[in-house]
Design a protein around this ligand. Structure first.
Ligand code: NAI
Length: 735
């Protein structure tokens, strides 16, 4: 067992100094939990110790559970019984309960009380790192603005399993607590004082001494909820009118926000509610029961794996080829100062990179730089950036129409019009200045990289770096390797993405690559349903209920229907007889050719965008062109179609080698086009429901609606032999 606690005794007070090795931030590990229990036992057993201070020996207090440990728990859930998972989950809860009661039963505790445990919080205290202080008899915190308190578990599909759903409501009232529990939001140390959670803010270097004084001044402690006649602040219990109303509203709001896709929210509400009508000993068992359910049901494990473990691994360079020293970009040549080029210039300059922003004339280049000027002005106004930092950022961007300024650039990205000949021309002009041994990247959204690479004499240095709009907001970057792209180009591209703090995936060349190709199916399935006469409101609501950020018709309008039309026709031309028509094509044709409804950009698409800026609404005229079917499908059927159509395309990308790992597939889907995050991504979802079940349902859809739902042979074969995309043993892969 590695040592995680520095235990010592000062003036009769035990100091439980948390210092988990190998981590910059303390996290709860199995070793820590065991050592915490030993420390508590020592304090309780030794008559010479009057109480304890729990503090951190690192610059912050504690970040909560080690996500890899939670991953282990979800892996365990695959083989262990729910009872075993429960025993594991309830462990910390019982240890903390022992700490606050001294191991005494209710009567004995009320009579003789117990030794005080005081938390001295010196910074971030989140999740389990906040639940430990909540179980202490008092809490004090540093007064320097570094303190952040919160229970963010809900954000990874979990609930606080160390008593947080019970102690926070008992401390600050049900309504206030639910706001933190159901959103995962933080509070500052000052807010903690306001809520009565933190007794006092003191200077950081005085924390432990102050906490020791508190122990000495209060040698007999009992939690308010263990006192006879305890009442919840603001009322609690099943029949209290205030709390009944709170629960009614909270349930309705949770349903409105999550459509039932995130059971954690529901279980948090249930845990708080059920826990509020029983004594604390039973309340924590109820919490652990719901925590166990979340682990056993498995969804939380999928979310943690993709949203945290794999995201972090990708950002740290999981896909970076070995054998190359770090190649940070110092000077970026940015060709094209339009929507994308301007955004890429901004994020690069913000990362400290010198940028030469080139467009065909000075005015166009200046317009591109203006994009950064506007962002900086706003940030300075809102005090998110100092004037000096803003000026320095802008000084790093040189807007010009002069290609010779690209000299000494060590990376060039082109984002000129989507036109092969133009792209070839600017590639040659830039490489003539920089020399063609530098890495050259295209931000094309549709043109195959292998073809564009022909413009360079060194195609091994040519790569796709595909951004999403708006660049400064979208977290994902899709790196595309052409047939001849070399490892050095991949390493350089990944180093650059790390510099600008985005999440990379690496995919192979293909029409629409991975993200645009798979995302497009969501929109096209929406159009297919319009063609069938399905009520557009039903389609849109089903998309949102599925957990997509917006309905397929709304997002189609944002992207622009005429752009889909252009891409569709280009694809038809390029593929000839191989083109797989979708029943949605006719909708695109009609909207562009006949109706000239292009989407938001010309104020009319599937929606109407009133000129006065009032709320958009579905265009009633849709039914004139695609008459409403007499019989409408169920919402579940519409949801299934929208979900399966996307996932089948993702599976095809995997089968065709466009994707080489399920991790890329899941990250790309959630962070690239907002694929329902509760699933952990399309590959996690297929594994979760089981490949045989997935294939059977896709077959049903293919029979009913067409070939576009048919799964690739690879997936069918995997289903037959009981395989899965992720190794079965790693519900959460280690970093
Ligand atoms: P845009 O039309 O806003 O910008 C293109 C820019 O290229 C214009 O400023 C134009 O003046 C400039 N340009 C044209 N000829 C040039 C030359 N000879 N030298 C230098 N600059 C020249 O287009 P946008 O949207 O920025 O797209 C650019 C590229 O990024 C395209 O390949 C597009 O497919 C791709 N892309 C676009 C996304 C989007 O959401 N708009 C998303 C991802 C990729």
């Amino acid at each position: 067992m590695t040592k995680t606690i520095n235990f010592r005794i000062e003036d009769g007070v035990a100091i439980i100094g948390i210092d988990v090795p190998g981590q910059s931030m303390n996290v709860i590990t199995a070793d820590f939990t065991s050592e915490l229990e030993q420390s508590i036992d020592k304090v309780l057993a030794d008559d010479a110790i009057i109480g304890a201070v729990i503090c951190s020996e690192k610059p912050a207090f504690m970040a909560g559970a080690d996500l890899r440990m939670l991953g282990g728990l979800s892996a365990m859930a695959k083989t262990a019984t729910p009872g075993e998972v429960f025993q594991n989950s309830v462990r910390l809860n019982r240890i903390l309960r022992k700490m606050e009661t001294g191991g005494k039963d209710a009567k004995e505790l009320q009579r003789s009380k117990t030794k005080p445990f005081i938390a001295a919080i010196n910074g971030v205290a989140l999740g389990g790192g906040f639940e430990i202080p909540l179980a202490c008899h008092h809490r004090i915190a540093a007064d320097d603005g570094s303190v952040k308190l919160g229970l963010p578990e809900v954000m990874v599909g979990l609930l606080p399993g160390g008593g947080g759903t019970q102690r926070l409501p008992r401390l600050i009232g049900i309504q206030a607590a639910l706001q933190f529990l159901s959103t995962g939001k933080n509070m500052t140390g000052k807010e903690g004082v306001g809520f009565g959670i933190i007794k006092e803010l003191v200077a950081r270097d005085q924390l432990v001494e102050k906490a020791k004084e508190l122990v000495k001044a209060n040698p007999k402690a009992i939690q308010p909820w263990d006192e006879k006649g305890f009442k919840y602040p603001g009322g609690g219990g099943a029949m209290h009118p205030g709390s009944v109303q709170t629960f009614m509203a909270a349930n309705a709001m949770a349903r409105d926000k999550t459509y039932g896709n995130y059971p954690a929210v529901q279980y948090i509400l249930s845990s708080v509610y059920e826990g509020s009508i029983v004594p604390m000993d039973m309340a924590i068992e109820i919490e652990s029961k719901y925590f166990t359910r979340l682990i056993v049901e498995g969804q939380a494990g999928n979310m943690i794996r993709t949203l945290f473990v794999n995201k972090t691994a990708a950002e740290k360079g999981a896909r970076r080829p070995q054998g190359f020293d770090k190649m940070p970009t110092k000077k970026l040549g940015m060709l094209g100062a339009g929507l994308m080029g301007a955004g890429i210039a901004y994020v690069s300059a913000a990362a400290g990179i010198e940028v030469v922003l080139v467009d065909r004339d000075q005015a166009a280049a200046d317009r591109g730089k203006d994009y950064s000027v506007k962002i900086v002005e706003k940030a300075v106004q809102r005090r998110k950036m100092t004037k000096e930092d803003g000026d320095a950022l802008l000084a790093r961007i040189t807007a010009t129409d002069d290609y010779s300024k690209l000299a000494h650039a060590d990376l060039v990205i082109e984002a000129v019009f989507e036109d092969r000949a133009l792209k070839a021309d600017v590639t040659k002009r830039a490489l003539a200045v920089t020399g063609d041994d530098i890495i050259f990247a295209s931000n094309t959204s549709t043109l195959p990289i292998s073809g564009l690479a022909e413009a360079s004499t060194q195609p091994q240095n040519f790569i796709g770096i595909h951004f999403f709009s708006p660049v400064e907001k979208m977290p994902l970057v899709e790196i595309i390797t052409g047939k001849k792209t070399g490892d050095e180009a991949i390493a350089k591209a990944l180093d650059y993405v790390q510099q600008i703090k985005k999440t990379p995936i690496v995919v192979n060349d293909s029409r629409g690559f991975y993200t645009s190709r798979s995302f497009g199916t969501y929109v096209m399935e929406g159009y297919a349903m319009v063609a069938e006469g399905i009520n557009p409101a039903l389609i849109e609501n089903a998309g949102k209920m599925l957990g997509m950020p917006v309905g397929p018709l709304a997002v189609g309008d944002e992207v622009a229907i005429d752009l889909s039309y252009k891409i569709m026709n280009q694809t038809k031309k390029d593929l000839g007889a191989d083109y797989q028509a979708s029943p949605g094509d006719v909708v695109v044709d009609t909207f562009v050719e006949k109706l000239e409804r292009f989407g938001r950009k010309n104020g009319k698409g599937m929606y109407v965008y009133p000129e006065d800026g009032s709320k958009k609404y579905l265009w009633p005229g849709i039914a004139d062109h695609f008459p409403r079917a007499a019989e409408q499908p169920t919402v579940d059927e519409v949801k299934t179609r929208l979900l399966y159509r996307q996932i089948v395309e993702c599976a095809r990308c995997f089968a065709e080698g466009v994707l080489t790992t399920p991790e890329d597939g899941d990250l790309g889907a959630i962070f690239g086009w907002g694929f329902a995050p509760w699933t952990g991504g399309p590959f996690s979802h297929m594994d979760f429901i089981g490949l045989p079940a997935f294939v059977a349902e896709a077959d049903r859809l293919a029979d009913r609606y067409g070939e576009r739902f048919s799964v690739p042979d690879q997936l069918r074969a995997m289903a037959k032999k009981g395989a899965s995309y992720y190794p079965a043993s790693s519900a959460v892969a280690a970093e």
